[in-house]
Design a binder for this molecule. Structure first.
Ligand code: SAM
Length: 267
């Protein structure tokens, strides 16, 4: 059994390890089983694994993997190494999808990762199917759906070579979209801990947009919507791809930081 410490002392030790205040509060709250407000109240807590966890973060492991969960669209989503951590940027795609969803619409989430988008849309009333090439992602999507009490039909699929016969009212995707040459410039912790095949979008970053727009066109109902998350500099190219494929009302939306983040169109 470890010693009892005041939360202020714990936070001080973590700041000395190089963690930020936000990281320290997240860890103390999670590992000591108290709210972040209680951390501020300087409660006396059993230290348990808190400082070991802080050491992992100090050594570069993403906080989300150490916590094992992260907030996405108001839902706590389980995070595991080997599966991409949900990003705040992706909440823009969910907001756009929710604006256009009708009750009971069927949605296909291509490249589902942790299932964060699938869960948020299933919670909004959609019937969601989700696919990913990564076994761990499929397992985690199922776990997250179970945690939130929603049904998501999650199946392993390589979307570059396999297909489904089903037709959906909406297709959403946050595919890998970083140019291969840019991967080496990413933060060390992203490169070291997050799966490369969740990031690599080929030479020009557009491989998945090209393939999905072509290969899954017939899986979208007439009048259905295809919604992509995009990289901040891919708006024009992805809009062109959709227009060339015959999509109408092709539109782009910015994220909360003012970067182009979503492109969508109607079949
Ligand atoms: C950018 S991540 C997005 C994950 C999740 N949708 C999110 O927003 O956090 C891209 C996902 O694409 C998956 N992926 C990569 N290549 C794939 C392929 N050929 N077929 C299906 N999924 C693939 C990766 O495993 C990864 O989970």
């Amino acid at each position: 059994m470890r010693e009892k410490l005041k939360t202020s002392e714990l936070v001080k030790k973590m700041l000395a390890m190089g963690l930020t205040r936000q990281q320290s509060f997240e860890l103390v709250s999670r590992f000591c089983g108290i709210s972040k407000n209680e951390v501020l109240l300087d409660r006396e807590v059993q230290e348990d694994n808190c400082l070991d966890a802080a050491m992992q973060v100090a050594n570069g492991k993403p906080l989300q993997y150490v916590l094992g969960e992260w907030d996405f669209c108001g839902h706590r989503i389980l995070c595991k190494e080997g599966v991409l951590i949900p990003r705040e940027d992706t909440e823009t795609l969910v907001e756009v999808a929710k604006k256009h969803l009708k009750a009971g619409d069927s949605v296909l989430d291509l490249c589902c990762g942790s299932g964060c988008i699938s869960v948020a849309l299933a919670k909004a009333g959609a019937k969601v199917s989700a696919v990913d090439i990564n076994d761990k992602a499929i397992e985690l999507t199922k776990e997250n759906a179970l945690l939130w009490g929603v049904s998501v039909d999650a199946q392993k699929m390589d979307i570059l070579s396999e297909k489904t016969d089903k037709v959906f009212d909406m297709i959403v995707s946050n595919p890998p979209y970083i140019r291969t040459s840019e991967i080496r410039k990413l933060d060390t912790s992203v490169k070291k801990y997050e799966p490369r095949n969740a990031l690599d979008g080929g030479d020009d970053g557009l491989l998945f947009y090209r393939e999905i727009t072509k290969r899954f066109f017939e899986n979208l109902a007439d009048g259905g919507m295809l919604i992509y998350e995009i990289g901040f500099d891919q708006r024009e190219q992805v809009m062109n791809l959709l227009e060339q494929a015959g999509f109408k009302n092709v539109t782009a939306e910015k994220d909360l930081n003012g970067n182009d983040r979503v492109v969508y169109g109607v079949k």
